[in-house]
Each structure stands twice: as C-alpha cells, then as structure tokens.
Ligand binder design. Structure first.
Ligand code: GLN
Length: 239
C-alpha cells in the first residue's frame, strides 16, 4: 500500500456470514489504523455483489451451515477474493469463513462442499460441537501474544503441507488436532470469535503491518488488555 493512500478494508457478505459478531473485527482494524493516522475506507460487500479486487485486507466471518454453503458458491463463482489474494491482499477468515478458504468443508448433513482453495486445508464435521473459551499459543514467527477467544463450531480442520498452524491450543478444540487456525502468506484463518481482533489486538496489528508494509507505532491498549485479562482469568479448562 503506497504511503499516501487509503487502507481499504473489505467486509465480505454481511448478509450471510455475520452471525457471531465478527463484524467487530472490521471496527477494530478501522480504529487501530485511524489511531495511527492511516485513513481507512471500508466496503461492505453483500452476496449479490461482486467482490472488489483492490482491497488491502478482506474479512469474512462465521455463520450457519446453509449461508456458509451459499457464500462459498458465490465466492467461487465471483473470483474477486482469489484475484485479490493473488496480488498480495491480506485476509482474516473466521470459522465458517475459515473453512470456506479450504478445499472442502462439511455441509449441514456432513456432505462435502467445495471451498475456494485459498488455504491448504480440508474440513469435515467432528463428533460433537466445540463450544467455549479457547486459549492458544501463537507460532513464534508471527510475534503475536497468546490468542484468546470463543469458539462455536462442529467442524474439524485438517492442515495440509501448504499452511502453518496459527497456534497450538492450550484450552479448547480449534482445528481438532491440538492446533488452532492456520496461515499461508497473508491469509489467516481461525475458529476464534470474540470478536477475534477485539480479544487479540496483536493479530489486528499483524494484519495492518502486512497490509501497510510499515512498522506501526504502539498505541494505548489499556481497554484491550483489561478485556484479555478478564477473559483469560475466566477460562476454565474443558475436559
Ligand atoms: N457451520 C460451521 C461449523 O459448525 C461454522 C460455524 C461457525 O462459523 N461458527 O463448523
């Protein structure tokens, strides 16, 4: 992103995948960029509309099975997100959105449904629903503090060799194999709601750093820190 230009955020399909408050991720990115003097322009793309290719960061949230299937079909047909990633855009995909980034995911009867293939992952349905607080230690290469968030999904996700785990779970289920989320290039997927970026400002700053290509000055994170500490203190390990 050139230094004098606007940071473009693209919120994908609020009409289909906005069930779990993940739109908060957009607000956090807007706010953390603006507090650093970076002007922001946000586009909300409804599922009937084409996905613009000139965004810097794309966000896609969680949702229920049928809207998830519809969203995947439309994104596949549209191709705008895939072209944006090919030219270097960053993506934060949460839960249903995360599964859509892979090659396949489980539909409402567990049937395999095609994803859009931006991440080397395949998801299916697990034995039960994973619900509750999640804590995970992030890949040290990313320099992001411990993740905290809330998960609510049936899916389990298998990571292929083309991605790295985003983190290792300390509490909770995540991908279902001891890892949580994954990333490849500037595409990040996670099961975390909360919303994820309100609970993990370090992850927000990672996306902003990737998108702007600059080191960001620190900002006052008192309220984010209080929220993290409160949620971490409330976590009860699940059996
Ligand atoms: N429908 C998917 C699942 O249950 C995603 C759920 C979600 O986005 N929270 O795995």
């Amino acid at each position: 992103m050139p230094s004098d230009s606007v940071l473009r955020l693209v919120w994908i399909y609020p009409d289909l995948l906005s069930t779990y408050g993940d739109q908060g991720n957009v607000l956090v990115l807007e706010q953390r960029a603006e507090r650093r003097g970076i002007p922001v322009e946000t586009v909300h793309v409804r599922s009937a509309d084409p996905v613009p290719e000139n965004g810097d960061i794309y966000l896609i949230g969680g949702g229920e099975d049928r809207p998830q299937i519809l969203a995947s079909e439309r994104l596949r047909r549209d191709g705008g997100l895939q072209r944006a990633v090919a030219r270097g855009a960053a993506v934060l995909a949460v839960c249903a959105g995360y599964q859509i980034m892979g090659s396949t995911f489980g539909g409402e009867e567990g049937q395999p449904v095609d994803g859009i293939g931006l991440l080397d992952i395949a998801s299916g349905r697990g034995a039960g629903r994973a619900v509750g607080e999640l804590v995970a230690e992030v890949d040290p290469a990313l320099g992001v503090p411990t993740l905290t968030g809330f998960e609510n999904h049936m899916g389990v996700t298998r990571l292929g060799p083309g991605v790295r785990p985003l983190s290792r779970t300390v509490v909770g289920t995540g991908n279902g194999d001891g890892t949580e989320g994954c990333y490849a290039g500037k595409v990040v997927g996670t099961y975390l709601h909360g919303p994820a970026l309100a609970r993990n400002p370090g992850l927000a700053d990672l996306l902003l750093t990737w998108a702007t290509g600059t080191q960001l000055p620190p900002i006052d994170d008192t309220w984010f820190t209080r929220l993290r500490e409160e949620r971490l203190a409330a976590v009860v390990p699940r059996p």
